[in-house]
Ligand binder design. Structure first.
Ligand code: AMP
Length: 402
């Protein structure tokens, strides 16, 4: 992949598309700044080469054209300033206008010196961003002689700052940043030449969202563990009563195909043998630990049970490579978080190369205090899933187009 190291950036103005879409708590505090920290190597590399740096990112889904403080990148600017540890070099367009290309942004840009950094406002304040507008992309391209894409977490979207903008830069004026290159290299290397046994753990809400990834993974793994809500479609297909658990009835046959494919290839497939079940989807509802065969009609499985946790730990024991995408239960509620937290500890305790993909899964690992124990925690959810599906990301296709 063509990276920032392959082009001459000395003293130039660099437009870097970052992914600063970080989680915040109910008080508006940034709870996990890994995405901001992950952008630092590329930014520092540009600083060291005397560049002027313009940073751009989206943040959640604001209504375009309307300034809403909760969608502003102001807090990101503050955190970035702290992390960069360089005083008074970071500028932020604080005109609160609900736009990205503002007179204030242009003024700040005109007055930049080498080593200065300008952070533009949330790209999605302009409707042109999600519409992949050529016009908006052209305006953005006025903010840099060189375009660097370091927004792995946004690369699966054909948006203006990811796709359309590349048309305004010749091939030797655009490249991937260090984060993007690292993410893509990691996933492709692991999927091509994994140390074996190679185990995939797939969880989360729905089979539909991960069906293609399941098919692709079965082509390369030795064992696959299926947990979370998606396990119930498999259990139902196997003839179990799953009560009101999350099931996609239209995918029962697909679930059978996945199981048949695994069997034909000699891949070991594991499903939860017990669940944490509740009659209602509430924090204070009464729960029961039940074997998967004994879920009562009106109840639902919201986490894997202790026996499944032990079983999955055994499955992971001899693993040399583990890919994990998707929580084992509704981990957002403490009552149903144990299965996911334990899974995080089990993965962390192995001697395998461990790759965690997906925003929710990274969140589980962070809550479990295991981030530093993992080999690699991806900064992209949807994007990492696309890579698991064996697809090329639109952002990378655009970057490498002639
Ligand atoms: P995904 O975005 O597909 O990775 O799904 C993540 C979501 O799956 C999380 O918000 C979990 O709360 C949810 N989830 C996990 N297990 C279950 C379950 N047994 N029932 C309902 N939702 C679940």
């Amino acid at each position: 992949m063509h990276t920032i190291k392959d082009i001459n950036i000395d003293g130039k103005t660099i437009f870097i598309r970052c992914d600063f879409n970080v989680p915040k708590d109910e008080f508006g505090n940034i709870t996990d700044d890994r995405r901001i920290r992950a952008a630092l190597p590329t930014i520092r590399y540009c600083i060291d080469r005397g560049c002027k740096i313009v940073l751009a990112s989206h943040f959640e889904r604001p209504t375009a054209g309307v300034f809403t403080p909760e969608h502003s990148l102001e807090d990101v600017a503050k955190r970035l300033d702290t992390l960069l540890k360089i005083k008074n070099r970071l500028y932020f367009d604080d005109s609160k206008s609900g736009a990205v290309i503002t007179p204030r942004a242009k003024e700040l840009y005109e007055n930049m010196n080498c080593g200065d950094i300008l952070l533009l406002e949330n790209l999605r304040f302009d409707k042109g961003e999600t519409e992949n507008s050529q016009e908006f992309a052209k305006e953005l391209s006025q903010f840099g002689e060189i375009y660097i894409n370091d927004a792995f977490g946004a690369c699966h979207r054909k948006h203006a700052s990811i796709d359309a903008i590349t048309k305004f830069y010749k091939k030797d004026k655009r490249a991937a940043g260090f984060l993007l290159a690292k993410e893509v290299t990691f996933f492709s290397k692991i999927l091509k030449e994994p140390a074996r046994p190679f185990v995939a753990i797939v969880g989360g809400s729905k089979v539909s969202g991960k069906l293609q990834a399941l098919h692709k993974l079965i082509d390369s793994v030795d064992k696959i563990i299926i947990g979370g809500g998606m396990a119930f479609t498999f259990l139902k297909q196997m003839g179990y009563e799953v009560g009101n658990s999350l099931v996609e009835d239209d995918l029962l046959e697909e679930a059978q195909l996945v199981m048949d494919k695994a069997k034909a290839k000699g891949i070991k497939l594991y499903l939860p043998v017990d669940v944490v079940a509740a009659a209602e989807f509430k924090e204070n509802s009464i729960i029961k630990y039940l074997p998967s065969q004994e879920i009562p009609k009106n109840w639902m499985g919201l986490d894997i049970g202790p026996a499944s946790s032990r079983l999955f730990r055994e499955v992971l024991n001899d693993a040399q490579t583990i890919i994990w995408n998707g929580p084992m239960g509704v981990y957002e509620m403490d009552k149903f978080a144990k299965g996911s937290i334990k899974m995080s500890h089990h993965v962390a305790d192995t001697h395998a190369t461990t790759i965690v993909g997906g925003g929710d899964t990274a969140d589980v690992v962070a809550r479990a205090g295991d981030i530093d124990e993992m080999t690699f925690v991806s900064t992209g959810g949807g994007a990492s899933l696309k890579l698991l599906e064996g697809e090329r990301l639109p952002g990378i296709i655009a970057l490498e187009a002639e």
